[in-house]
Design a protein around this ligand. Structure first.
Ligand code: G6P
Length: 608
């Protein structure tokens, strides 16, 4: 949420800063700005809208500079506008600051600053920080920033550019990620590695309550209590190709089509087919503790929460361990009853979601085993968990999550398999599941070949205002996920429901031609789902079924059928979700929506 880029080196900073922002645009995209130092003076340009709007505004007409900072915003305090865009500048015009996070005590700080003669131009919480640093500056930038940060409450990742010390950038972190890229004669900063990878893969991840002075020779990291820190240089594992569209119209489409490969990457070296088991290096040492936990709590937000719901079904069925699934945002504030006998697994693509991170910290603090299931290597949750597993799905750029979801479910299946084989799951059953997992990539490819059929259905969908998604058992969370995808990117009101619950409310919505998407694969609840389809049909609903091939009953009852290959019930979500991702994608394209950067959303939600 909000993207920060900084550069100090020998090259022309502005194009580099704008390019870096484009790589981070999925973090926020309502306004953007850049600040550089030219002959000792700050030059700042800001614009409401996307980075390309800022780029058009600048139109190559900018002073030369080899140092600067830039920002792409997702508004929290104050509407998206030029004046609220970052960087924010001190009254004397010699300090510029970009910020990711929220200053919670901004109102009281603002009153104090106004009493001291400072005046404000924006409605943001961030502006207090630049004035605070200016007020406390007495010849030492590091000291002024450190003292200011002692006074602010909330979360922050900041970068400061100062005419007082024109060859350095100052960065600090408390809760919002910051990465320093160490190049050859140049140093970069970014909210994540995507902004840096074109220039260097050698990075330092700043930890909470640390700050760094960055110059072209590298970075010196210290704690906010002024203690020296020796951070080792780590390596970014992805390359530039993975964060480019590679010929696809949108990142989301590329990521949907990557899924046959990404689920292979998620299980590579982990699935032991002959033994009907899975080996997850990161969890090796704590598998027994998880198995013997009083209960296992899966906590997450958004799409990752839906993966958690499937994880609950998987782990309870294959391993017989009691599982609960909690929205991370609710979990942290209800003072959950936790102790050493519990395990909490945080599921997150970014590894930075503020609520999920807080839930993990709550679990650790109460003595539970705190595990992470993350995609982004080196992310905060990956580093703060007691143990964990990476998804290895590669960078996900589309704001609506697709490939991370199927990888999450794949890895949760492996966890369920490994836990199950320590208990109730026979080797024969384990082997069958493992063999079926191996077939999933080809089955996903078959579903992707149905894109044209799905596109045709999407054309009809694009004219609708409401849509209901129904599923049962393992496919109930898929109904939720299908509905979430649809509303996120097409802005059509979509609700996911367990099919049987429909008659307790949502059935009132159904009238002639109301589209209802039903997941009706041949599993133990199939007959029940057929009854639910009959109930929809009796009220004139327009039924789109996701079903197995050659199902005559479904064909006779439904208006449209999307066929997905058969598999074991517990693996079916990895297949049934694919057509729903494509349906949402093509509906949004028909409606002319910005698929990769949907209205009001951001990919990495680092504020509460
Ligand atoms: C945001 C994104 C969703 C994502 C959710 C959780 O809302 O737009 O796509 O599912 O955050 O993110 P995480 O990185 O923790 O999985």
């Amino acid at each position: 949420m909000c993207g920060i880029v900084g550069y100090v080196g020998e090259k022309n900073a502005v194009p580099l800063l704008l390019n870096g922002l484009k790589r981070l645009e999925y973090r926020g995209y309502d306004s953007a700005g850049v600040a550089i130092l030219n002959e000792g003076n700050l030059w700042v340009e800001k614009r409401k809208g996307k980075i390309r709007d800022l780029e058009c505004e600048i139109n190559g007409l900018h002073p030369e500079s080899t140092i600067g900072i830039s920002h792409t915003r997702w508004a929290t305090h104050g509407v998206p506008s030029e004046v609220n865009a970052h960087p924010h500048v001190s009254m004397e015009g010699n300090l510029a600051l970009v910020h990711n996070g929220i200053i919670e005590n901004h109102a009281s700080l603002k009153s104090e600053l106004i009493a001291n003669g400072f005046s404000f131009v924006s409605q943001t919480d961030t502006e207090v920080l630049v004035h605070l640093i200016a007020m406390l500056y007495a010849g030492d930038m590091v000291k002024a920033i450190r003292e200011s940060l002692r006074l602010v409450e909330g979360t922050l990742g900041i970068a400061v550019l100062s005419a007082h010390e024109p060859d350095r950038l100052f960065v600090a972190r408390r809760g919002s990620p910051l990465v320093i890229g160490v190049g050859d004669g140049e140093t970069l900063i970014g909210s994540d590695g995507a902004a840096l990878v074109e220039h260097t893969r050698r990075v330092i991840y700043l930890e909470d309550d640390e700050m760094a002075v960055v110059d072209r020779g590298g970075a010196r990291v210290r704690t906010l209590q002024d203690k020296t820190v020796n951070r080792k240089i780590e390596k970014i594992e992805f390359d530039l190709g993975q964060i480019q569209k590679g010929g696809y119209a949108h990142f989301m489409l590329k990521e949907i089509f990557e899924q046959p490969q990404t689920i292979v990457d998620s299980m590579r070296g982990r699935l032991l087919v002959e033994e009907g088991n899975a080996k997850l290096g990161g969890l090796e040492n704590c598998l027994d503790r998880i198995r013997n936990s009083y209960r296992l709590i899966l906590t997450a937000c958004g799409t990752s929460w839906h993966a958690g719901l499937i994880g609950e079904y998987l782990i309870e069925k294959l391993a017989g361990i009691p599982v609960e699934v909690e929205y991370a945002s609710e979990f942290r504030y209800r003072d959950p009853i936790l102790s050493r006998v519990d395990t909490v697994l945080a599921i997150t693509q970014s590894g930075e979601t503020a609520d999920t991170l807080a839930a993990l910290r709550e679990a650790r603090q109460k003595g539970a085993l705190a595990l992470g299931l993350c995609n982004v290597v080196g992310s905060t949750i990956a580093r703060e968990s007691d143990a964990g597993v990476y998804l290895h799905a590669g960078p996900e750029i589309g704001v609506a999550s697709t490939k991370a979801f199927t990888s999450q479910v794949t890895v949760l299946t492996l966890i369920a398999l490994a836990l199950g084989r320590k208990g109730i799951l026979s080797s024969e059953d384990g082997k069958h599941i493992a063999q079926e997992i191996l077939k999933l990539p080809d089955k996903i490819k078959q579903i992707l070949e149905l894109e044209e059929t799905i596109r045709r259905i999407a054309e009809h969908m694009a004219g609708q205002k409401n849509v209901l998604y129904l599923g049962r058992g393992f496919n109930y969370p898929v109904a939720l996920e299908g509905a979430l995808k649809m509303k996120e990117i097409s802005y059509i009101h979509a609700e996911g429901y367990p099919a049987a619950e429909m008659k307790h409310g949502p059935i009132a919505l159904i009238d002639d031609n109301m589209p209802v998407v039903v997941i009706a694969v041949k599993d133990p609840v199939y007959e029940k789902v057929i009854s639910n389809i009959e109930e929809v049909k009796a009220r004139g609903g327009y039924i789109i079924a996701v079903a197995n091939p050659d199902d005559r009953t479904i064909r006779s009852l439904c208006d449209e059928v999307i066929e997905v290959p058969e598999t074991r019930q517990c693996l079916s979500p990895i297949l049934t979700v694919i057509p729903l991702q494509l349906l949402a994608y093509h509906t949004a394209v028909f409606k002319g929506c910005d698929v990769d950067q949907p209205r009001n959303l951001a990919k990495s939600v680092t504020v509460e």
